[in-house]
Ligand binder design. Structure first.
Ligand SMILES: C[S@@+](CC[C@H](N)C(=O)[O-])C[C@H]1O[C@@H](n2cnc3c(N)ncnc32)[C@H](O)[C@@H]1O
Length: 281
């Protein structure tokens, strides 16, 4: 019967397609809600899959980032697409880090996993569920903005980088990653070539752009926003000053018993189980 080889080949192609669509590209071609749904689904397994090593995380992530902001008193750091809090943890474990980290991710389940790992650091970290494409913070707020292993999953890396640089203070540090190697070739139009990323960064008010080899599938990319670093950090600054309404953009949010409220549109944004939800509805 000739039908069986056809069926087997079809099943093989389907399996390969699903592996590519769900595992390699993590749903990136099906839009942000699908990517985030996949992360919500797999959040419990994420750390087991990644096998983070505490010393390596310190050496390659915590220490180099801390060095760039160590002169700032109580630096304020935003980690975009924070996942299970890999970067906040690496920074907060540094004994001399006295600042505050905002861990932002659209996947609530990823943030919940991170929250459990951040026990003991609660006073130095804020968890926010939000999309990376529109950051609800005032301009020039953060001493460092980071985004590790996530640019290729975002609908528009150029727009996301623009947002990250907007909320960076002059002289502030941008620390992100670029997908490289064999897997990058399996993400056409999503993973950025070094040249394309350079063009994107050149279009932004950044200087000292530097690419460093890191892992098999990721390079680190570092840059500074043009302008002078202020040594007076924002770490003690209250969220009232920096949060903005995702709908009204320029309007501040004020604290209410159940969370935060926009003074202009009166929309409320709940804090549930320690996570502030700023998802646009
Ligand atoms: C590969 S994980 C990286 C997590 C973390 N930065 C790390 O290095 O372990 C990608 C993260 O991006 C988040 N993400 C994907 N699309 C997003 C979006 N549009 N807005 C915010 N977060 C997003 C996912 O929920 C996931 O936590």
């Amino acid at each position: 019967m000739v039908i069986w080889p056809v069926v087997l080949i079809t099943i093989l192609f389907l399996a390969l397609f699903l592996y590519w669509a769900l595992v390699i590209t993590e749903g990136a071609y099906f839009g942000a809600p699908f990517v985030v749904w996949l992360y919500d689904l797999t959040a419990r397994r994420y750390d087991r899959i990644k096998c983070f090593d505490e010393d390596e995380e310190d050496w390659y992530v915590g220490l180099p980032l801390w060095r760039t902001i160590q002169t700032v008193r109580q630096p304020l750091v935003l980690d975009v697409a924070s996942g299970t809090a890999r970067l906040p943890l690496a920074l907060l474990r540094r004994p001399l880090f006295q600042g505050h980290v905002i861990a932002l991710d659209r996947s609530r389940s990823m943030l919940r996993q991170g929250q459990a790992k951040l026990r003991g650091f609660e006073d130095h970290v804020t968890l926010i569920q939000q999309d990376a494409m529109q950051l609800s913070f005032a301009d020039e707020t953060f001493d460092a903005v980071t985004c590790l292993e996530a640019l290729e999953f975002l609908p528009s890396p150029a727009r996301a980088l623009g947002e990250m640089v907007r909320v960076l203070r002059p002289g502030g540090v941008l620390f992100t990653t670029n997908r490289v190697g064999r897997e990058a070739r399996l993400l056409p139009g999503k993973a950025l070539t070094a040249g394309k990323l350079k063009d994107m960064l050149d279009a932004l008010p950044l200087q000292a752009v530097e690419t460093r080899r890191w892992q098999v599938f990721y390079d680190q990319v570092w840059a500074r926003k043009v302008g002078c670093t202020s040594l007076e950090g924002n770490g003690k600054l209250s969220l009232d000053h920096i949060l903005r309404c995702p709908h009204c953009i320029e309007s501040r949010l004020s604290r209410i018993p159940a969370g935060w409220q926009c003074a202009t549109c009166q929309r409320t944004y709940p804090v549930q189980n320690g996570i502030l939800t700023l998802v646009k509805r």
